[in-house]
Design a protein around this ligand. Structure first.
Ligand code: IVH
Length: 694
């Protein structure tokens, strides 16, 4: 599995676990783990997201501040729940939203619904409680019912008035809004963090959340946070009849409201507003991730009510992937755990989609050539929510003079082995992915290969799970398969020996060494399978073992097949069940000098038993090469092949000088003709069954 995929998997598991603990804590008030344990899970999640920012999607626990009241903050119950919004991604979803409301309110077809259209600020929502116009409390959203009491920190935000102005101020009102951080402040803060050797924040939203949740309000005060009010919760009076009227009132109370918000007469105007804001959002200086439409009339809002935790009267129309222009500083080649070489664009950092992006995927070498991406180019990149940033296109008119087409390496940057692209024999086209062939030695693939090597269908060494292999590899103790068989000897002289390292003990080490010792002799089919050659599973390994008999003969034959056209190559391809792509992969593997060295080192330690042929005399066809053709009557062709192989025969897919028998069923075609031509003995199905004594 690639590192990225592994991160995705671990991330998903952690999110699930944290959500379960949140539920236990909030809904059932029965936490099953300590705060410290919870924090450790949370910390790990943050680490993964720091390394893979694309995983920090808005629904990740890290993105919802107050997912759990942090130690040090008192809990604060909102007087009215803080709800969330349903999302629309397409304009059609917005039109449907408008229709739904019309149906619900039984409005006439031609009666337009007025909405407020407000930028959706990408920060964290907050609840401010004002009593008699005085700021009496401030809390994060938490789970929507209970948040963290961050009153002292809220007081440090300059945008938030301590006292509301005007004569209509209700006796009590909960103000709902978004705390956010500007791009400029985010950059400043991260530079400061970096200089102090502290972790940097992945995006302004995280930075705002982290800053608001500081235990020391003096720290929050130093981070310049901002606030926009967009609504209210509990209120002793709601003095205006519309959303727009209320926003205007909030502004007159002295609360900051977003200046871009607008009252629109209907859904068409709402969408026009969306397009206008989307086009200019890169210049705002803070992140917004969509437009929120809210039915303007409050009496209609009341009638519409809620579905589960979302109001029926509002929707968030999310923006598409944000694009930005930057410079391509270089192209790195990363090697995945399966040997795939992936080009990665190294970019001059640029702010896009809420994070600073300095890497983007280039997919594969064809993509680089198709888009003619050259180092030094100005490129347009895009990032959409949870998607890895991509290079969309090159601005060729801005290409610097002297920029040369990119030459994709034909050697693995991790181990120097040759890297190849498989050719599909049917289409003649090369696979998009170039792969390292140095499976046994490549550090990028080592752990994966060692794992395969010891698994049950291969060397079957017990006591070596992924964790142990990773540890042995990281300590430099086992770098390639042969090292397993010298481990006992080296461990005697090691400082510290394995049994003294964390996670290992006398018994587990003794058991492991015994398990390794027990595998110094192995059958050829298992041996071949253990090498982890691309496309070679257990069945293919068995075919190879059966066909070549001994490890030396097999290796020599593969070397001889490297010319791709002599007899050795034909013999390999003639094995029924081995196609050209497989044959190519096997030969590529066996001629790579790095692999050969690793195999020789291994062979110096172990004995590979020749493939066991059925005892002589047990079968008249043992060792003979048979080709089946045409339709058989008493069994399928696969069945016939399996039976022949069980009796020690080699089954070939095509007729050659080496063929001993061609078994011809009904409607046999060219193979039969070729057999006759070459003078190969042809048997009917009946004759074959007699021969094998069936
Ligand atoms: S109204 C009941 N308006 O988006 C409706 N929310 O997924 C409450 N947000 O938790 C939300 N800007 O943090 C509303 N102009 C805006 C907003 C906004 C940002 C956030 C808010 C909320 C989330 C909804």
């Amino acid at each position: 599995m690639s590192k990225a995929r592994e991160a995705v998997r671990e991330h998903a598991a952690l999110v699930k676990e944290i959500r379960q603990h949140d539920r236990l804590y909030y809904e059932l008030s029965q936490p099953s783990i300590s705060d410290a344990e919870y924090d450790a899970l949370f910390q790990r999640l943050k680490e993964i997201e720091a390394a893979h920012p694309e995983l920090a999607t808005p629904d990740s626990p890290t993105q919802r501040v107050g997912g759990r009241a942090a130690e040090g903050f008192a809990k604060s119950r909102h007087l009215r729940p803080m709800l969330s919004l349903d999302n629309a991604f397409e304009e059609a979803d917005v039109i449907e939203f408008d229709r739904r409301i019309r149906r619900f309110l039984r409005l006439a077809e031609d009666e337009a619904i007025a909405y407020t259209a407000e930028p959706k600020i990408d920060g964290l929502s907050a609840n401010l409680l004002y009593r008699r116009g005085e700021l009496a409390g401030g809390a994060t959203r938490g789970d929507g019912m209970v948040g963290e009491d961050v009153t002292q920190n809220m007081r440090t935000i300059a945008d938030i008035p301590r006292r509301l102005q005007g004569k209509d101020v209700p006796e009590l009102i909960e103000i709902r809004g978004e705390v956010y951080m500007s791009h400029a402040e985010f950059e400043r803060l991260n530079a400061e963090q970096e200089a102090a050797g502290k972790p940097v924040y992945v995006n302004p939203r995280n930075a705002a959340a982290g800053s608001l949740r500081q235990l020391d309000p003096a720290v929050t005060a130093k981070r310049k946070l901002h606030f926009f009010a967009y609504g209210w919760g509990e209120a002793s009076a709601v003095p205006a009849p519309t959303q727009w009227g209320m926003l205007d009132l909030l502004k007159r109370f002295g609360l900051p409201t977003n200046p871009l918000g607008r009252r629109v007469g209907g859904v068409a105007e709402a969408i026009a507003f969306y397009r206008e804001i989307e086009a200019g959002r890169g210049r705002l200086g803070y992140d917004i991730d969509g437009i929120v439409y809210k039915v303007d009339r409050l009496d209609w809002q009341e009638r519409l009510g809620f579905v589960s935790r979302n109001p029926r009267w509002a929707i968030a129309h999310k923006f598409r992937a944000e694009q930005a222009e930057t410079e391509l500083l270089g192209i790195d080649i990363q090697v995945g755990r399966t040997g795939a070489l992936t080009p990665v664009a190294r970019l001059k950092p640029v702010f896009v989609g809420g994070v600073s992006v300095s890497n983007a995927t280039l997919h594969n070498e064809d993509e680089i050539h198709r888009k003619d991406i050259r180092v030094g180019d100005r490129v347009v990149i895009q990032r959409a929510g949870d998607v890895i940033p991509q290079v969309v296109r090159v601005l060729t008119d801005k290409r610097p003079r002297g920029a040369v087409p990119f030459v994709f390496p034909e050697r693995c940057p991790a181990c120097g082995s040759h890297a190849v692209r498989e050719v599909n024999p049917r289409t003649g086209r090369a696979d998009a992915v170039r792969r390292c062939t140095g499976g046994l030695v490549c550090p990028a693939q080592a752990v994966e290969r060692l794992r395969h090597f010891v698994q049950r269908d291969a060397f079957d060494i017990e006591g070596l799970g992924e964790k142990q292999i990773q540890a042995l590899y990281d300590w430099g103790v086992v770098m390639q398969p042969a090292d397993l068989f010298t481990l006992a000897e080296r461990n005697r002289r090691a400082h510290p020996p394995l049994q003294e390292r964390e996670g290992w003990g006398e018994v587990s080490v003794a058991n492991l060494l015994a398990a390794i010792e027990a595998r110094r002799e192995i059958g050829l089919d298992r041996f071949i399978h253990a090498l982890g050659i691309r496309h070679v599973g257990q069945a293919t390994a068995r075919l190879l073992a059966q066909n070549y008999g001994s490890v030396r003969h097999w290796l020599a034959s593969m070397k001889a097949a490297a010319d791709h056209d002599g007899e050795a190559w034909s013999e390999l391809n003639a094995i029924d069940g081995i196609g050209e792509v497989m044959a190519e992969a096997i030969v590529d593997f066996c001629i790579e000098p790095h692999n050969l060295r690793a195999i020789e080192a291994l062979l110096a330690q172990i004995r590979v038993a020749d493939f066991e042929k059925p005892a002589t005399g047990a079968s008249k066809v043992a060792g003979l090469t048979v080709v089946f053709t045409g339709t058989l009557e008493t069994m399928t062709r696969d069945e016939a092949k399996a039976r022949a192989q069980a009796l020690g025969a080699k089954v070939a897919g095509s007729v050659s000088k080496k063929t001993d028998y061609v078994v011809a069923g009904a409607d046999a075609g060219s193979k039969l003709a070729k057999a006759r031509e070459a003078g190969v003995k042809v048997l009917s199905e009946r004759e074959w069954l007699d021969l094998i004594g069936a």
